[in-house]
Design a protein around this ligand. Structure first.
Ligand SMILES: *[C@@H]1O[C@H](CO)[C@@H](O)[C@H](O)[C@H]1NC(C)=O
Ligand SMILES: *[C@@H]1O[C@H](CO)[C@@H](O)[C@H](O)[C@H]1NC(C)=O
Ligand SMILES: *[C@@H]1O[C@H](CO)[C@@H](O)[C@H](O)[C@H]1NC(C)=O
Ligand SMILES: *[C@@H]1O[C@H](CO)[C@@H](O)[C@H](O)[C@H]1NC(C)=O
Length: 382
């Protein structure tokens, strides 16, 4: 039966219903449509980078879809509202340009030094687990939310946990003012680390490597460390339960939400654009999504050592994956990989009681959900 609104080819077929003409018309029509869609698919999938400079192209939904699909960090979501608030906003896409091509030295964390430090945080009482949160200097709201929630979990299942924040230098017109505030905040809370590189989205890899350097030099005796973004919900209890399992290794261990075989984004308009000159490989080595990954604390020193030989590129989580690969190691799935979640539709007390991570969209949600989960009496799952 012919449906209303069928395409032109089929309509014609219905009008001239004898069997012969039907066959002779369907085939060319089909072949033509097949040819047309093949051409469109080849253009869309094959050359998005070449065409992405033209504005009309970006507005094609298939292109947008493809772009999201090939995005190595797509779990963070395509909408601007999910850009991690840990970072100063990325510059408008037209001004996103990579770091200079010869920048081996830029990625090596020992080219920077700490201007705000907590040198004794790990020495007075060695923590079992150190949580380090990269955050923009101006994002006091996120730090305060974390201080009131998972950052205030200092003893979990009898193990000491230490939370610290990693900052770069503030930029822009109010940089000096912001720096004063950072200094004051440090006096009050004694949980800030600040290094002298410019805090920016494209410098996130430097920030991560500076975190590794701090762990390697200031906190060698901790057993595990975690890099966790400031827009995250973290269930420290569940993380600790996982780390205390006898089958979880204490050396050469990196886990989180694993990303396999992700393509390197070559579209210059993408937030995750990496030019060929910066990274020649077309696929990233296996890595753990940057929202939060935990590692045995023997690794930071080795990451710093190999980072001398790995050209800097601006995708921090994949860069850590590249360090692992260089060391002949690979991230491992945690015993219950589903506990590492990037997204959530709606708050669900039962689910939050079982996971390790979730990405949230506002700092206030961290407090809101934490209070509900921790302070409401009764079992979270009925
Ligand atoms: C593409 O879409 C954006 C809004 O989504 C609009 O501002 C822009 O004019 C569109 N470009 C073209 C060429 O249609
Ligand atoms: C780290 O552990 C070693 C060996 O147990 C010990 O000698 C050293 O003093 C510890 N360092 C710190 C800073 O606690
Ligand atoms: C952290 O927890 C302690 C009790 O465990 C509480 O007294 C303190 O007020 C909390 N700190 C913040 C910033 O909420
Ligand atoms: C990264 O940090 C370095 C050192 O502070 C600085 O020279 C460079 O401009 C920064 N790059 C970006 C893209 O912010």
């Amino acid at each position: 039966m012919e449906k209303q609104g069928g395409n032109g080819c089929k309509r014609q077929v219905v009008v001239e219903s004898p069997v012969r003409p039907l066959r002779s018309l369907v085939r060319p029509c089909f072949i033509f449509l097949l040819f047309l869609s093949t051409v469109i698919v080849i253009i869309l999938l094959g050359f998005p980078d070449r065409f992405s400079q033209t504005d009309w192209w970006k507005n094609l939904s298939l292109y947008t879809y493809y772009h999201r699909w090939t995005n190595p960090d797509r779990h963070r979501g395509p909408s601007p509202t999910t850009i991690p608030p840990t970072t100063v906003p990325a510059p408008p896409s037209t001004t996103i340009r990579p770091l200079p091509t010869n920048h081996n030295h830029l990625g090596y964390p020992r080219n920077y030094h700490f201007i705000v430090d907590e040198p004794d945080k790990c020495n007075t009482q060695t923590p079992f687990l150190v949580l380090i949160v990269p955050v923009a200097p101006g994002n006091l709201a996120a730090r305060d939310a974390i201080r009131r929630t998972w950052g205030n979990e200092t003893m979990v299942q009898g193990k000491k946990v230490q939370t610290l924040f990693m900052l770069g230098l503030p930029g822009g017109p109010v940089a000096q003012e912001l720096q004063e505030k950072v200094n004051q905040e440090s006096q009050v809370h004694h949980d800030l680390l600040q290094s002298n590189f410019l805090d920016s989205y494209l410098n996130l890899t430097i920030k991560t490597m500076v975190i590794m350097d701090w762990l390697a030099t200031h906190c060698t005796n901790a057993t595990y460390a975690m890099k966790i973004d400031s827009d995250m919900f973290l269930n420290v209890e569940n993380l600790m339960t996982m780390l205390l399992r006898p089958d979880v290794p204490k050396v050469n261990y990196l886990t989180g939400m694993l990303m396999w075989d992700r393509p390197v984004i070559r579209n210059p308009n993408s937030k995750w654009y990496v030019p060929v000159e910066m990274l020649a490989d077309d696929r990233y080595p296996t890595y753990t999504l940057g929202m939060g990954y935990v590692f045995s604390n023997d690794l930071p020193e080795r990451f710093v050592a190999v980072s001398k030989d790995i050209k800097l590129f601006n995708i921090e989580d994949a860069y850590v994956g590249a360090c692992m690969k260089k060391l002949g190691l690979s991230p491992t799935n945690s015993p219950d990989p589903w506990q590492w979640k990037a997204y959530l539709g709606k708050y669900n007390r039962c689910e939050f009681s079982k996971v390790i991570t979730y990405i949230l969209s506002r700092s206030s949600q961290i407090v809101e959900y934490w209070m509900d989960l921790k302070k409401t009496p009764g079992s979270p799952c009925h």
